[in-house]
Design a binder for this molecule. Sequence first.
Ligand code: NAP
Length: 547
Amino acid sequence: MTSSLNIKHIDMVIVGAGFAGLYMIYRARQCGLSVQCYEIGAREGGTWYWNRYPGARVDIECVEYSYSFSKELEQEWDWSERYASQPEIERYANHVAERFDLRRDIQFNTRVTAAHFDESTQRWQVETDTGERVSARFCIMATGLISAPIEPRFKGLDDFAGEQYLTSRWPAEEPTFAGKRVAVIGTGSSGIQVISEVAQEAGQLYVLQRTPSFTIPLRNRPVEPGQASKMKQQYAELRDRQFNSFSGFTLVHSNLAPPPSKSALEVSEEERLEEYENRWASGGLSPYYAFTDSLLSMESNKTLADFARTKIRERVDDPIIAEKLSPDYPILTRRLSPETNYLEAFNQAHVELIDLHEHPISHFTPDGIVVGDTEFQLDAVIFATGFDVMTGAMDRIDIRGRGDQALKARWTESVTSHLGMMTHGFPNLFWINGPHSPFYNPILLAEFQCDFVTELIDEMTDHGAEVIEANKDEERRYVQLTNDIGNSTLYPESDNYYMGDNIPGKPRATLFWFGGFPFYRTQCRLAREAWKGFELGSDRAQPQQAG
Ligand code: NAP
């Protein structure tokens, strides 16, 4: 990295102006820190800025999938639907940025390309693709957990003359598919949402499916008059309940289901089916709360998976297509996809399911795509091919810590972190919603982690420390615990992005903390006791253990 005398000096660089980055700006300012946030997009919102494809919609209820830090914000913002669509969530992000005057610290259309720790100054030297250089004491990666798209790479794609779209980089100007021959590649949550919408418009729709997803009706509906004000009176209790819950979404079961207390195997079949019917009637992510062992016991899981497969057969007219749409892996070990009329799309004559397990994609031609030895003529192709989850966004930045060690190189060997927020050898570098963070409501997690980081900064500064980094042994212990928890669940039993399986060559490891938010908070609290989880350094020498 080139050095420059004209380098700007600030307290904190924040990379990314999604929900995590926005809140980090707010918190850092409260602590009196000078900040500069860089954002690749032209506006804030992160995921909700980029993923503007038709049908993009949240699947955690909005009153829960929203900031809790400002009681005024909670009271003044009205959600129009139970699960808002992308434009409404983007408007919410815009409102937050304006209301708290956050934009003056954000530079848009700017990609951070490198962040190097300079051991002589104990500061991060950050470079952007616009040629800017900043020196910051702290560097915060608010780069998102599911934000680095997998670029489609197919033979002959450059020759394809039709339109091409990537769900995660959707153009601002809405394309039209009316009457067109369209293919969608990918049937994860994004593919499912876009297929449900495009099926209503396209003249012919080909759905190219490699692995089917388990689906459930979302059961979205408008927020009824009176409901919003009632909810606003209950925010304090709701936040408390979320904060003490495993995953941070609690409303999905109509009667505010208590956390599960029984195994699916200890109740009668009648009781079990009734429970599953209730979950399906409530929709969304409610099956995650069905029984204690849905994600722990293969036998228990199979009862839920069988039920979900029955529901697919009920909704799809052609039994052969229903079979192809039915997953054979343990349910919930890949993301459950709440949807609206997705399965019914396959009952329409102009929608064709192409099973890539029977014949893989061969190549694109100027006129379409060849699968097996059949060519399908296309006007447009939509790629919903997923993301390099958790590590991808940070891997795309040249991040170097002590001894010029590259973070990407370390994570290529094995993914390591302390508390899902930092790693030894990279002092004063934190990430939010990144590797080893809990599988939890991402907005509330961002609030928790930003609070944690800023409190740590306040305390270490009071302690006279310049730098803080993860204690190596405590980091090893946290990684072991994360992996042990992951291995005690069924997640390793399917190929999924939680384990890094969707990226060829990525080391297989549990990328999320699956131990629930309350237990995660305990880890964070314990780490702070007498600074046990950290090493502090107060001068330009190597850091020492404090406490
Ligand atoms: P995804 O779940 O990883 O799905 C990617 C899809 O593309 C998979 O079906 C995959 O097949 C397929 N694919 C990838 N490369 C392919 C290739 N070369 N040829 C054929 N098929 C290929 O990604 P996503 O749908 O974007 O969803 C990612 C996550 O974002 C979700 O799990 C969810 O957490 C979040 N999300 C949430 C919402 C919501 O809140 N409602 C909506 C969208 C996304 P294989 O599985 O066989 O690899």
